[in-house]
Design a binder for this molecule. Structure first.
Ligand SMILES: [Zn+2]
Length: 749
């Protein structure tokens, strides 16, 4: 084996909270070395023993080896000395199906086709018969945070090939038997947050866990909630070092975790259930596993989150969005009036938005002629939507709308997607009975994995954006298929003997052997549509809603700008969904809708507003019904959000400084920006009459420094405190009223 030890130069951000999108700016250059094999030389062909290479960021180092018949991830090492050896060699697909017959595949390393540099490692394997190329790739797209992995398989055989399940990542990590471990994972706030949401489970001998995600949770009774597809596995004892991994894909995926003896096994990838999974690769086509990220961390779940959130922003996020200082925007949304929207209401809301200092008017469902007929209802909007957009723009506001653009229904006007139209009928994920009827904003989903359906949807979405002069497009409902009855689509045909179809509120949900493959194709088509739209309209914002938080994942994070994180909008549900989701995703991407809620006292009113102001805030209330005092309170709250909270929400570290909100006791979240030396604690008092005082033990501060505390509502006089006190006995907050709140600003002295 010939090794070269090469010096590579790569920028590493000294201040990643400030400019994570632009690792080139404000970054210092450091030199580091990798041990790289001269893959392109003939040396490896002569000596096909395992050859190793490592890939680093400032947070993780992984070892990779190119065996002659299979590659291998050899180790994951963190910075605090944590090091896990991986016992699992990659299992390349042993066989494929050609013309209905199983054909064994024999893979051999092709050193000349591979490459390795400081950011990217590719090992290439070839199967001579049937002829396929497999690329096993690892990439460090940022100087910090996790590395990413994907496998692509290209069909060079000239014939159609059917590929079995290929997992994205398989880990089998040597772990001391006596080491106490935990697994943290969080549920999506889909529909409504469950009583638990954030799970921290002991990973003891015999532990077996599986977490699933898809584009639209439709659980059977008793079935476990869907998760944001990632897990944090770490030692229970200080310094709580561990590894984390997640999937950058919105389709049907699963993550497993099993502990047995001195091994911890984890598999990430497409969900093989109900299966058997098979996917078609056309001649010249390719299959790509959902990309995964893998990193190492210390300091427990918030240590992981404070690395993962900026990484999502820097690597998956849209730089144009993050470069906009108004992001995350403050929004006035019409859903407080439900489907009863019209031009007069829209113009009134635009005027109110301007007065309150909000930055976008969001016209929710109810504006259209019908489902699949995405033209303004002429009775409600006699001058169309472009005139509403113009009215918003005249006031300096942005304009966005709700659409469920992959759904068809019964409208027959030109431009409507009608389920009885012969072309559309062939795209539907199931056959409809003759008496089928849509609901007022729900219809039947088309399978975007069909190229003609994808092209239709791309054109229609582009028309909507351009005709209505949109700055923001929200998609909702069951948009991306994950199961389909048809056998003439690019995905695998379903096994009809085991297929189940559930009818729910006008939409069908198909669970069949092909469900994962259907979702694989449909998600890729959905991504293509949004990637194209982003190229054509670079400033356009995408809200991912899907009935409130059903499509919260890292693939969506790479294709959208913010998420509706739950469909239940009371203060407690908003705080719960935020608490859970903010473990994994940047706070700025997490939207809470603030709905009408009983507010007998002004303290309750602020509590309601602030419960939705820890990330992206959308007001969803009839502001014309507010008292003058409530108007003034909101104006001040929005101004404070823009001036002091938004910069922290964008850039600061986030710490979960309480248990998950229960509405009974106190809860809170701390933001701390170590670069600027400022932060804030959102403090919420629960319903218990006797608990007028609480201490929040803070994190991220310097025990040897002093901090100035400012209590925004004046619940206590400003004071100076030693960092060590805030980190041990904690920050003392007194509030006289139940269901009230305070913002405590921190400033390093
Ligand atoms: Zn289909």
């Amino acid at each position: 084996m010939i090794e070269i030890r090469a010096l590579h130069h790569r920028p590493i951000c000294g201040d990643r909270q400030e400019t994570p999108n632009n690792p080139q700016s404000e970054c210092r250059w450091i030199a580091f070395s990798i041990t790289a094999l001269l893959l392109a030389s003939g040396a490896m062909a002569q000596q096909p023993r395992d050859a190793s290479v490592s890939l680093n960021t400032s947070d993780v180092r992984i070892g990779l080896s190119a065996g002659s018949e299979a590659p291998r991830l050899t180790r994951i090492a963190g910075l605090a000395g944590a090091d896990w050896l991986n016992q699992q060699p990659e299992t390349l697909p042993q066989s494929v199906e050609v013309n209905g017959a199983k054909v064994a595949a024999a893979w051999h390393l092709k050193p000349a086709l591979g490459s390795a540099d400081a950011r990217h490692v590719v090992f290439v394997y070839e199967s001579a018969e049937p002829h396929m190329l497999l690329r096993w790739q690892w990439e460090a797209r940022a100087a910090f945070g996790p590395v990413e992995h994907r496998i692509t398989i290209e069909n060079l055989s000239g014939q159609e090939i059917w590929l079995p399940m290929v997992d994205s990542l398989r880990l089998n990590l040597q772990t001391p038997q006596d080491m106490a471990l935990r697994n943290l994972y969080v549920e999506k706030g889909a529909d409504t947050p469950s009583p638990q949401g954030t799970h921290v489970e002991p990973v003891s001998e015999g532990y077996r866990w599986i977490g699933k995600s898809s584009t639209y949770a439709f659980p059977s009774p008793g079935e476990q909630r869907e998760i944001i597809p990632a897990l944090f596995v770490y030692g229970e004892d200080h310094p709580q070092s561990g590894w984390f991994a997640g999937i950058e894909f919105s389709g049907r995926t699963r993550i497993t975790l099993v502990r047995s003896g001195d091994r911890v096994e984890s598999v990430l990838g497409l969900n093989p259930e109900p299966g058997p999974f098979a996917t078609r690769i056309e001649p010249g086509g390719r299959f790509e596993t959902p990309p995964v990220f893998l990193g190492a961390f210390t300091a427990g779940p918030d240590g992981a989150g404070n690395q993962l959130r900026p990484w999502v922003r820097a690597v998956l996020g849209n730089p144009r969005t993050w470069n906009d200082p108004q992001y995350p925007l403050t929004v006035n949304n019409s859903w407080g009036s439900g489907m009863q929207v019209d031009e007069a209401l829209a113009l009134r809301m635009i005027a109110q938005s301007k007065e309150l200092g909000l930055e976008m008017f969001h016209l929710d469902a109810g504006w259209f002629r019908g489902v699949g007929d995405w033209y303004p209802d002429a009775k409600k909007f006699p001058h169309g939507l472009a005139s509403i957009a113009d009215a918003a723009h005249m006031q300096g506001l942005r304009f966005g709308i709700w659409v469920d653009w992959s759904q068809a229904a019964l409208d027959t006007e030109p431009g409507a997607l009608n389920v009885h139209n012969p072309a559309a009928r062939g795209w539907l994920i199931s056959d409809l009975p003759p008496n089928w009827k849509p609901e007022e904003f729900k219809g039947q989903t088309i399978d975007l994995g069909v190229p003609a359906a994808r092209d239709y949807a791309a054109k229609e979405v582009k028309r909507i954006v351009e005709d209505y002069r949109l700055d923001m497009l929200e998609h909702d409902g069951y948009l991306v298929a994950q199961g389909c009855v048809r056998d003439d689509h690019p995905h695998a045909p379903p096994n009809r003997s085991t297929m189940r179809i559930v009818h729910d509120w006008a939409s069908d949900f198909v669970l069949a052997s092909n469900s994962t493959d259907v979702s694989y194709h449909a998600v890729r088509a959905y991504y293509e549509i949004y990637e194209k739209l982003r190229r054509e309209h670079p400033g356009l914002l995408f809200e991912i809603c899907n009935d409130g938080g059903r499509m919260v994942d890292f693939g969506s994070a790479a294709h959208g700008d913010y998420f509706s994180i739950t469909d239940t909008y009371d203060p407690l549900s908003n705080r719960r969904a935020f608490y859970d989701t903010s473990h994994m995703l940047p706070a700025a991407m997490l939207e809470s809708y603030v709905e009408k809620w009983p507010v007998p006292r002004s303290e309750n009113f602020l509590y309601m507003l602030r419960s939705g102001m820890m990330g992206w805030v959308s007001i969803m209330l009839d502001t014309t019904a507010w008292t003058p005092e409530q108007h003034e309170t909101t104006k001040r709250a929005i101004a404070l959000y823009k001036e002091k909270l938004r910069p922290l929400i964008r850039d600061a570290e986030l710490y979960h400084v309480s248990d998950r909100p229960d509405g009974v006791h106190w809860d809170g979240v701390e933001y701390w920006n170590p670069v600027r030396g400022n932060g804030v604690v959102f403090a919420f008092r629960g319903a218990t009459p006797s608990e007028s005082e609480h201490r929040f033990v803070l994190a991220g501060l310097d025990p040897s420094r002093r901090y100035r505390l400012h209590f925004e509502d004046g619940s206590a006089p400003d004071r100076e405190v030693q960092g060590s006190e805030l980190l041990s006995t904690g920050l003392d907050v007194h509030l006289a009223t139940t269901l009230s709140s305070e913002l405590v600003f921190l400033q390093l002295i």
